[in-house]
Ligand binder design. Structure first.
Ligand SMILES: [Zn+2]
Length: 292
């Protein structure tokens, strides 16, 4: 076991592709086995404290009464999807994969349900208040939980990692990401959807598209937008929505190779976990590009 661990670590240090078994040895329990402690029904004082902390965070983020917030770890969730058509409907196995991806980035995942979450979105991080923790809706939701988890994981990157990621994806955002760019219009009341879509279609880079929409919105007095914040949201969407797109990652990894091998390996290991899970669950989980 120890030899296996050392060998896997050497391979990772050399930047070689790890087998699933090797990744599991390095990243802790296999992603399919939820071995986390229960948050819904904690046993010891440590578990109770973790549950209370999570309840307070969700209540804080969503403006809910803590009494109406429920929180879960993977082991609290049902074996399979319960047939909910609206999204979320997080199963134990999918939640375990999300927890596994979190371990790669040093992030703990907590899952939740609360009355206000429908209006407040499908996940969040509280960078200042609770660093190293990310939250994803478990019961209801608009987007697939794996996509949401990718998005929230991106928010846990360091600012240096985010800068490298932005630069690496810049040449590879294309017309297939037009739907993503519509998020820009969410910040401007839908006004610049067509403009953003057209700019991407003719090959303008995301940086220029975002800057151009911001400048136009400012000129029109529609909104005063923060370019860095918008760019982070955009990149988070790319990370979540493109998770299963191996062609995209091959290109991005080539860009990242010279700049940040550690980040490359973390992203590659997490993409591998998600993709192998999706393969094992063909037709059984809501996958990707359901972010509308
Ligand atoms: Zn976000």
């Amino acid at each position: 076991m120890e030899d296996q661990f050392l060998e896997a670590r050497r391979k990772r240090a050399r930047g070689e592709l790890l087998s699933q078994a090797e990744a599991a040895v390095l990243n802790g329990p296999a992603p399919f086995e939820g071995r986390t402690v229960s948050l819904a029904a904690p046993t010891g004082p440590v578990g109770v404290a973790r549950r209370d902390e999570a309840v307070q965070d969700v209540a804080f983020a969503n403006g809910d009464d803590p009494a109406n917030v429920r929180v879960f770890s993977s082991q609290d969730l049902p074996d399979g999807p319960s047939g909910n058509q609206r999204g979320a409907d997080l199963s134990r196995s999918a939640a375990s994969v999300i927890e596994g991806v979190g371990r790669i980035f040093g992030t703990e995942y907590r899952f939740y349900d609360s009355p206000n979450s429908e209006a407040r979105g499908d996940g969040f991080v509280l960078r200042g208040r609770r660093p190293g923790v990310a939250y994803v809706r478990a019961v209801e939701g608009d987007a697939a939980p794996l996509v949401v988890a990718g998005h929230e994981t991106y928010h846990t990157f360091t600012s240096a990692e985010r800068a490298r990621f932005s630069a690496a994806i810049e040449p590879y955002v294309d017309a297939s990401d037009v739907a993503l760019l519509s998020f820009l219009s969410d910040y401007t009341g839908g006004r610049y959807r067509a403009k953003a879509t057209e700019l991407v279609r003719v090959g303008v880079s995301p940086t220029e598209v975002i800057d151009s929409v911001i400048a136009q919105a400012q000129q029109d007095g529609v909104a005063n937008l923060d370019s860095a914040k918008l760019r982070e949201e955009f990149d988070a969407d790319i990370f979540g929505n493109r998770m299963e797109d191996s062609g995209f990652w091959e290109k991005v990894f080539t860009e990242l190779k010279a700049q940040d091998r550690t980040l490359l390996i973390k992203i590659r290991d997490s993409v591998k976990q998600v993709v192998s899970y999706l393969k094992s669950q063909t037709g059984k989980v809501r996958g990707f590009n359901n972010d509308q």
